[in-house]
Structures are given as structure tokens and as C-alpha cells.
Design a protein around this ligand. Structure first.
Ligand SMILES: [Zn+2]
Length: 137
């Protein structure tokens, strides 16, 4: 049967997309397809389409994954920092330690959250998830 719908025929092979390269492009805030267009319109809002290659980016469903990955990294860094700060600066008051490491955690979280979202979108694009392959699944 002739496929006039524009969708890939069931069972037809797909072109492999480079997973690592797509995640790296997302980490840098670039389109996972071409690596040149911007991925984000605002802090966490994605462009609906890549301005360079036209890739439809509206299929991204990052949900809680970027926040989870951000917390995973930030909590490990902050926890290690809190534990090491007592040895590095003995005699520092508990309040000063808390304020410093809370500020560190907040700053690093704000810095890496969009990068984690970009990486998740890059992974989804490379694996044809959520309609990135033309299927609406
Ligand atoms: Zn692009």
C-alpha cells in the first residue's frame, strides 16, 4: 500500500540519530538536530521550531527529569561541600555555613536546570520519543 500520509511505514527502519551528540547539543542550548539553532526562547521555554533547520521542537516532554537531574547533581555537590567546609574552615559558625551553601545550591541549580532540560530534549529527539520521529506516539 502506498504511504501517502507522510508517516513512516510500520516496521520501516529509522535513521540512527547520534545520542551523545544530541545530548551535548541540548546541554549547550542548541537544537539537537542541527546544533546551530537556539533551543530555548526563554529561561526554560523551548522554541517551537528550530530557526535554522525547522525541526519541530514542540514534541519535547521533559516533565520532571531536568529538575531531578539538577537536584541529583546539586545535592551531591552541596552535601560534599558542607561536609568538607568544616575541615577546610574550622570554627566557622553553623549559620554562615548554611547561608553559604544554600546560596551555592540555589545559584548552581538556576545555572544547570536549563542545561539539564536541553540534555533531556536532546535525548528524546535522538531516540524518536514523543513524536520526534513523525509518529504521534
Ligand atoms: Zn535545528
Amino acid at each position: 500500500m502506498n504511504d501517502m500520509s507522510g508517516f513512516r511505514a510500520f516496521g520501516a527502519p529509522r535513521k540512527n540519530r547520534p545520542l551523545g551528540e544530541s545530548i551535548r547539543r541540548g546541554l549547550l542550548g542548541r537544537c539537537p538536530a542541527c546544533g546551530r539553532g537556539r533551543l530555548f526562547r526563554a529561561y526554560l521555554r523551548l522554541e517551537p521550531n528550530c530557526k535554522v533547520c525547522g525541526e519541530n521542537l514542540s514534541h519535547a516532554r521533559a516533565d520532571d527529569a531536568p529538575a531531578y537531574l539538577t537536584m541529583l547533581i546539586v545535592c551531591h555537590l552541596t552535601g560534599a561541600g558542607v561536609l568538607m567546609s568544616d575541615d577546610a574552615w574550622p570554627g566557622t559558625s553553623l549559620m554562615v555555613t548554611i547561608v553559604i551553601w544554600l546560596a551555592f545550591a540555589a545559584a548552581v541549580s538556576l545555572l544547570i536546570l536549563p542545561r539539564m532540560k536541553g540534555a533531556v530534549v536532546g535525548q528524546q529527539w535522538a531516540l524518536y520519543m514523543h513524536g520526534f520521529g513523525g509518529d504521534e506516539t
